[in-house]
Structures are given as structure tokens and as C-alpha cells.
Ligand binder design. Structure first.
Ligand code: PBG
Ligand code: ZN
Length: 327
């Protein structure tokens, strides 16, 4: 017999030991399920590139969310997909937009039993598909953040608990915080997409939210994936401007960024397990190349292990439906 003092395998002998010694634990309490709201009545269309994800009209979405609440979902993120688009994305300033209608109905029904966060951005509402107002082919930062501020105030009036600006304009968190506070919404949270990278993994989302840019790309506002120090700077600025939660996005190719942000700041860190990451898992599982549960739990555990306190994901419904958290 080998004369070994250290046998790390002892802590791996049985499931009971492994569960006891595990350093990272996943919980549905730290996960946010993502939804797409469109206009109309009784609409529920599955997104081709995202099996199990739908674009739903407010009435249909109320039913889906009611089923999901029964499964145990308590935290959600809404993306609006309007029919009409124009140069300045003026649809975001309608208090009867499909998203604002949905927020009102959800808060009437669930009050504080459901945490409702809403995306703040123009790209589904502009005819250019850009996250800001285009002037002579460039995205006008300062005009955009005023519109985003007003959009956020309207969502707060509709009753949402949290606004999540995903546009990557400079100064929008401060502008939104001031706008909310001026109107008395001092308790509305801001979850800022602080380190949002220009990523190929958003492809399926752009189909779902009908927001692919009509010219150019988003690299004049989203971050360059060669940079990590810049992420710390973006996070620091958003926190100074009043962000409550900072986000890194995407998640899986950016675990180093999540971990660096976690180490450098004390605020809660969120990570967005984006559409392309979800679609990859679904494709591997559908082809029989991998086990879906194993991939989902491995991916989400890696995101949590890197330091994310909060995970936005399309997988939460499947996780709860199938009991994959086994707790
Ligand atoms: C747009 C936005 C995007 C996502 C969230 N908000 C796409 C983009 O920036 O092009 C991506 C989410 C996902 O891929 O799941 N502001
Ligand atoms: Zn956008």
C-alpha cells in the first residue's frame, strides 16, 4: 500500500460526502427567468432558435408566468418586442406598451411575491435596431440616455421592482437614478449591464427580440472582448452612478471577468447566461451528444463558482420542472 498522507479522493467517496463538502451551491433563489412580451391577444410563438422560449402577448404571458410561479419561479426579467419601430424608439415612452401593461398586471396579481425586472434599451423599438438613437450613422449617447431615463420612470410607474439598462451608453445609470429619485421611486433597483461585451452569443436573442442592427454592429458601445481592465472601470462608474447590482454579460466565455469583478467590488454581481449559451446546450442535447441536465447544472455552477451572486437564465423553468436542483 502506498504511504500517502494526502488522499483528496476521500472527500469524493460518496454522494453524501461530496454534497457536504461542495463549495458552490445553486439555488433558484438567485436565478432570474427571462421572458419576451409582444403585442396582441393570445399570442404564444416559440422562438425558432430558442426551444422552450416564447414571444407572448400580455394575456398569454400572464398564464405562463402563473404556471412558472407554481413551479417556484419568483424572479423574472421582461423584454418588450413591439410591432412599431421608429428612429428614436418612441414606443418606449408609451405607458400602455405591451411591457408596461404586463408589469401592471403582474404587480396587481403578485405584489411582492414576484420580483419583476425590466430591460431598459431602445434596440427593439428603433427602426435601426440600435440600442441608441442614430444621428448621421452614429449613436447619440446623450440624447439616448434621456430617453432611457424616461423609459425607466414609466416602468417604475407601472410597478416594476428593478430596471436593467442594457444599452451600454455612458452615464445612463446616473441619469436613470436621478430620474427615478425625482419621481419618488427611490426603492426601484438598478441592475446595470455594466460589462456587456459585443458578443456573437446574442444571435438567437436578436431573433427573439427582433433587434438585429440594420447597419453596422454594436461595437461602438458594447465592450471589446479583448479587454478586462476596462470591465472594472465600467463597473466602478456604474456603482458611482448608483447601480445596485452590476452585471457581466455573456457569462460562460467571461468567467474571468465575473471573478475579477467579484474580487474588486462588494456589490452583488449578476451574470447573464445568454441566448447563444442556452441554444448551444439545447442543440447538443437534441442531437444526443450530451445530457441536458448535466450541461445546465455544470454551466450554471461554473458561473456561480466564478463569483456570480445572481444568474439570469432561460433554463430556470426546465430546472424546476425537472427537479434538477435536487433540494
Ligand atoms: C439588447 C440586448 C441583447 C441582449 C440583452 N439585451 C442583445 C444585444 O445586445 O444585441 C442579449 C441577451 C441574450 O442573448 O440572451 N440591448
Ligand atoms: Zn439594446
Amino acid at each position: 500500500m502506498a504511504d500517502l498522507i494526502y488522499r483528496p479522493r476521500r472527500l469524493r467517496t460518496t454522494q453524501l460526502v461530496r454534497d457536504m463538502a461542495a463549495e458552490t451551491r445553486l439555488s433558484a433563489r438567485s436565478m432570474i427567468q427571462v421572458y419576451f412580451v409582444c403585442e396582441g391577444k393570445n399570442v404564444r410563438n416559440e422562438v425558432g432558435s430558442l426551444p422552450g422560449v416564447y414571444r407572448e402577448s400580455p394575456d398569454a404571458l400572464m398564464k405562463s408566468i402563473s404556471n412558472d410561479v407554481r413551479l417556484g419561479i419568483r424572479r423574472i426579467m421582461l423584454f418588450g418586442v413591439p410591432e412599431k419601430k421608429d428612429a428614436s424608439g418612441s414606443g418606449v415612452l408609451r405607458d400602455d406598451s405591451c411591457v408596461n401593461q404586463t408589469i401592471k398586471r403582474l404587480k396587481d396579481k403578485y405584489a411582492n411575491d414576484l420580483f419583476v425586472s425590466v430591460d431598459i434599451c431602445l434596440c427593439s423599438y428603433t427602426d435601426t435596431g440600435h440600442c441608441g438613437v442614430a444621428v448621421d450613422g452614429r449613436i447619440d449617447n446623450d440624447r439616448t440616455i434621456e430617453i432611457l431615463r424616461d423609459m425607466a420612470v414609466l416602468s417604475a410607474k407601472a410597478g416594476c421592482d428593478c430596471v436593467a439598462p442594457s444599452d451600454m451608453m455612458d452615464g445612463r445609470v446616473g441619469e436613470i437614478r436621478n430620474g427615478l429619485d425625482d419621481e419618488g421611486f427611490t426603492e426601484t433597483l438598478i441592475m446595470a449591464y455594466s460589462a456587456k461585451y459585443a458578443s456573437g452569443y446574442y444571435g438567437p436573442f436578436r431573433e427573439a427580440a427582433d433587434c438585429a442592427p440594420k447597419f453596422g454592429d454594436r461595437r461602438s458601445y458594447q465592450m471589446d472582448f479583448r479587454n478586462s481592465r476596462e470591465a472594472l472601470k465600467e463597473v466602478a462608474l456604474d456603482l458611482e452612478e448608483g447601480a445596485d447590482i452590476v452585471m457581466v454579460k455573456p457569462a460562460l466565455a467571461y468567467l474571468d471577468i465575473i471573478s475579477a469583478v467579484r474580487a474588486a467590488f462588494d456589490s452583488p454581481v449578476a451574470a447573464f447566461n445568454v441566448s447563444g449559451e442556452y441554444a448551444m446546450v439545447k442543440l447538443l442535447a437534441r442531437e444526443g451528444y450530451a445530457d441536458e441536465k448535466q450541461l445546465v447544472i455544470e454551466n450554471l455552477t461554473a458561473i456561480a463558482r466564478a463569483g456570480a451572486d445572481i444568474i439570469l437564465t432561460y433554463h430556470l423553468r426546465d430546472i424546476l420542472k425537472n427537479g434538477w436542483l435536487d433540494e
